[in-house]
Design a binder for this molecule. Structure first.
Ligand code: SF4
Ligand code: SF4
Length: 139
């Protein structure tokens, strides 16, 4: 076993068992702006489906003031961010953007039934492969 294998093993253990993550995030932002024009809002464990809930949230968190409702699908209400410049595809509030934007994307997206834009430069890779998990269960 090499030093690289040991370090990878420690990293996997830390992310999986301490941080309780299932995926490593890889890649980088390509600034396509797609994640700013189809946004679901999660409150508690669920994606919001009622406009009333959203208006209450707007009073509690400044980020929500930047969102405008554009539709609804089987997951819930869909918003776009007014800070997205539709011509340049850049954020007009980049330096002061909210933490939600800075941390995007997080793996919770999948847990709430969402998906990432096909143009996104990030991808999520399982920390442990199916084969590795099966091996652990058999031990
Ligand atoms: S504030 Fe900027 S980065 Fe955040 S959703 Fe809006 S346009 Fe995107
Ligand atoms: S969808 Fe992905 S690549 Fe595009 S702006 Fe959002 S984080 Fe960046």
């Amino acid at each position: 076993m090499t030093m690289d294998d040991i370090l990878t093993g420690i990293k996997k253990f830390f992310f999986y068992y301490i941080l309780r993550k299932k995926y490593f995030r890889e890649g980088h932002c390509l600034m396509c702006g797609r994640c700013c024009e189809k946004i679901y809002v999660k409150h508690g464990k669920n994606v919001i489906t009622e406009e009333e809930t959203f208006y209450k949230l707007q009073k509690m968190h400044s980020f929500y003031s930047s969102l405008e409702l554009i539709g609804k699908d089987e997951n819930g209400l869909i918003f776009r961010c007014k800070n997205l410049d539709t011509e340049t595809r850049k954020c007009k509030n980049h330096k002061k953007r909210d933490n939600i934007c800075r941390k995007y994307p997080q793996e919770e997206i999948f847990m709430m039934g969402g998906d990432m834009a096909k143009t996104c430069g990030y991808r999520f890779v399982p920390i442990y492969t199916f084969k590795e998990i099966l091996k652990k269960i058999k031990k």
